[in-house]
Design a binder for this molecule. Structure first.
Ligand SMILES: [Zn+2]
Ligand SMILES: [Zn+2]
Length: 334
């Protein structure tokens, strides 16, 4: 068999990469442990120089700007390359394509679902939730980094700006509230994409995660404010102070003169405490109510041995109270 044909070492082909309706490109973390997808605004991305270091918004993996193609973009590029290659090397196609395809396929995964990173830390690491693509748009959060102005988007909760790596606590808290408030739309989109039963299962998971994430986000921002007020984090003996509202409120009063009750009133603080206790049961006891829940939450709508069922109205109510409390904390900053 003759083998005179030389395959050039490198051919440069360029492919158009599409943006979404708001002008954002899809990107994917190249770290094998993460592979999370996110979005970046095309103008901000194009303004980066070749030497920039990009940070994954979820895991903070670092790599240069050329390393963030998504599996789908690579797949599409492969298809286009094959088309072009057909013209260029019509007689020698098979041999060449073998190597090319296997190279691209290394990273290929199922394209019809995307992995959603959940935002709650500690305890047992949560399983990633697979979200159908058709419901992804409505679940997308888009934020602008408060430190460098870079615009990016993500599903679930991201922590770091791709450009500067900053963890913008305010922007991420606000994004979590918007996500909670979009729950009705999200559930509707899931129903369209999946059908009722499957949508209901996924919606339950998302609503439970929204409650857990709300507590986590509150804890993060409250600790941040606490440092601004007192100059230090709460002492170690106090444990996860901001997960325990009565203790957190007492601490805040001694630091600023204001208790949580003074900010949101007794009734709302009571309901907020119920959501916090539910999150505790969801996180530690797979949602199964026990005596301790009934005692600490004062919630008489559940009895021990029942399981918490999160409702859309709960998620919306929780978002409202959280927002008011955090606004109040912010106002009492020095
Ligand atoms: Zn990552
Ligand atoms: Zn930034």
């Amino acid at each position: 068999m003759s083998n005179n044909f030389k395959i050039p070492g490198e051919i440069e082909l360029s492919f158009p990469v599409e943006t979404d309706a708001d002008g954002y490109y899809d990107k994917e973390c190249p770290s094998e442990n993460c592979l999370s997808k996110f979005k970046v605004h095309q103008d901000d991305w194009k303004a980066l120089d070749e030497e920039s270091t990009i940070h994954c918004p979820f895991c903070r993996h670092e790599a240069g700007p050329r390393s963030w193609w998504t599996t789908e973009q690579l797949e599409q590029a492969k298809q286009m390359a094959l088309e072009q290659a057909k013209h260029i090397f019509s007689g020698h196609l098979d041999k060449m394509l073998g190597g090319m395809a296997s190279d691209f396929n290394r990273r290929q995964r199922s394209g019809s679902f995307i992995t959603m990173k959940m935002d709650y830390r500690g305890f047992n690491a949560p399983e990633p939730v697979m979200v159908p693509l058709a419901a992804v748009d409505v679940m997308q959060s888009k934020i602008t980094c408060g430190s460098c102005g870079f615009r990016f988007g993500f599903i679930g909760t991201a922590y770091f700006c791709p450009k500067c790596g900053h963890h913008d606590i305010e922007a991420i808290f606000a994004a979590h509230l918007r996500k909670m408030r979009k729950m009705p739309e999200t559930i509707e989109a899931l129903q369209v994409a999946l059908g009722r039963d499957e949508a209901a299962n996924l919606a339950n998971t998302l609503m439970e995660e929204a409650i857990k994430g709300g507590v986590t986000q509150f804890e993060t921002i409250a600790r941040h404010y606490y440092v601004l007020v007192t100059g230090a984090l709460p002492s170690r003996e106090k444990g996860n102070l901001f997960q325990r509202l009565p203790d957190a409120s007492a601490e805040w009063r001694s630091a600023t003169g204001k208790a949580f009750e003074d900010i949101i009133g007794k009734d709302d603080l009571g309901r907020l405490n119920v959501y916090f206790q539910r999150r505790h049961v969801l996180g530690h006891n797979d949602g199964h109510v026990d005596e301790k829940y009934v005692a600490t939450s004062g919630d008489t709508s559940y009895q021990p041995a029942q399981r918490i069922v999160v409702k859309v109205g709960d998620v919306l109510d929780f978002a409202d109270i959280l927002e008011r409390l955090v606004n109040g904390l912010r106002e009492s900053l020095p």
